[in-house]
Design a protein around this ligand. Structure first.
Ligand SMILES: Nc1ncnc2c1ncn2[C@@H]1O[C@H](COP(=O)(O)OP(=O)(O)OP(=O)(O)O)[C@@H](O)[C@H]1O
Ligand SMILES: [Mg+2]
Ligand SMILES: [Zn+2]
Length: 384
């Protein structure tokens, strides 16, 4: 079974990185302040459907409503991840069931008392797909629901939600995970799987997953599937993720710091010859410059989770950052950022990479003098 399905959270405490939502919902559950219509919005794969199911489980636990469902009553067992479900909790995918007839059917079912639980709960996924006519059929029951009915709408597209629904629900916004929250989730999953993963693999997987827990767990899943007896190593993961080798970026940064044009052009040659994506190289270099900028401003950025690299890289990167003045790094990053879009679909990426290199290296490269005067000295020598 796919990792992201195997490890679906079963309680709000297990939902990672959505405290802005799970904390107030838990408080409301424990205080018995129950609303009759909720709206969970946010990016794909961040825990909306999982949280809607957790909400249903928390509301209908025999010991509940509670933020800590007992896990052993009939309702908790049937609503656990992978459980059979029960008659009182209905999930409807509005992407495929969004018409008037579907909504009428749902409305009619809402007026029946629950079969065995406290509440009859309707989870309506992709709720922005409900048609206007469909929602009109539902409007009255959402507006004045019977005491025992709760609606939980979920959507990736809050702007497309009918205002009539939005205004009648309490909205809880989900968001993409921060790298440090994601690392926690990955480490927990790796431990549960009894797998071994090199620390340097995490930042690559986190960056490839783009902040979505589901996408990130899928990537981890694929990589773990191919891991040998040594576990998941950097050397195994990097080519699969198509990420430029850290040492290549290290060399590029060193060449930039030294203003060494020959070294930089040789590096470009090696990148192109190795068949790596030139755009990828430029993107990864830009990411590194960004990390160095942050490290210059916040010396403990790695520990603070602002820069997602393994702890053992922190010192090397701090040294890299110290080789530039602040103005120089800012100039390099913004020049690279401007060049980057030109690489998309270019017929001669090599040429463009070389022009990019020439532009980056056209600035004189003063080594950072210690102290703030050194940083300012750099400013005057830059042709901006
Ligand atoms: N915040 C989270 N904490 C832990 N795991 C998560 C979280 N968000 C997502 N996941 C993982 O991703 C899987 C999919 O999450 P879920 O279906 O809840 O996302 P969703 O927001 O409803 O996505 P979609 O918008 O595509 O419907 C879960 O089974 C779980 O493994
Ligand atoms: Mg969903
Ligand atoms: Zn229970």
């Amino acid at each position: 079974m796919a990792l992201y399905r195997k490890y679906r959270p079963a309680t709000f405490a297990e939902v990672v990185g959505q405290e802005q939502v799970t904390r107030p919902l838990s408080t409301a559950l424990d205080a018995g302040r129950i609303n009759h219509a909720y709206l969970f919005s946010g990016p794909r794969g961040c825990g909306k459907t999982s949280s809607a199911r957790i909400m249903a489980r928390s509301l209908n636990c025999e010991q509940g409503p509670t933020s800590t469902p007992c896990g052993v009553c009939d309702s908790c067992v049937s609503l656990a991840p992978g459980g059979p479900g029960n008659l009182d909790v209905t999930e409807l995918d509005a992407a495929s069931h969004n018409g008037v007839d579907d909504m009428r059917d749902l409305r009619d079912r809402a007026y029946f008392a629950p079969a065995e639980s406290r509440y009859r709960i309707f989870i309506i996924d992709e709720a922005h797909m409900i048609s206007n006519a469909g929602f009109n059929a539902l409007l009255k029951v959402v507006e004045e629901p019977p005491e025992h009915v709760i609606f939980i709408f979920a959507t990736t597209e809050l702007e497309k939600m009918l205002p009539t629904i939005r205004s009648r629900t309490h909205n809880y916004p989900f968001r993409l995970l921060t790298p440090s929250a994601m690392k926690g989730l990955l480490q927990r999953t790796v431990a549960a799987e009894g797998a071994t993963v090199e620390d340097s693999v995490y930042p690559m997987v986190i960056s490839a997953g783009g902040g979505s827990p589901r996408d990130t767990l899928s990537i981890l899943d694929q990589l773990l599937a191919g891991a040998g007896p040594d576990g998941l190593t950097y050397d195994l993961a990097r080519p699969l993720l198509g990420i430029t080798d850290i040492s290549v970026i290290d060399d590029a940064v060193a060449a930039l710091a030294a203003g060494d044009k020959a070294a930089f052009f040789q590096l470009i040659d090696a990148v192109v010859e190795s068949g790596e994506e030139p755009r990828r190289f430029a993107t990864d270099l830009l990411d590194r410059l960004r990390d160095l900028l942050v490290l210059q401003a916040v010396p403990d950025a790695v520990a603070a989770g602002l820069v997602a690299v393994p702890e053992d890289r922190a010192e090397a990167m701090t040294n890299e950052a110290a080789a530039f003045s602040n103005a120089q790094l800012a100039h390099l990053a913004s020049a690279l950022n401007e060049e980057l879009p030109k690489l998309r679909g270019a017929s001669s990426p090599r040429l463009l990479l070389e022009i990019m290199g020439a532009r980056l290296l056209s600035a004189p490269a003063p080594a950072a003098a210690p102290g703030p005067s050194g940083a300012t000295a750099g400013v005057h020598r830059l042709p901006i």
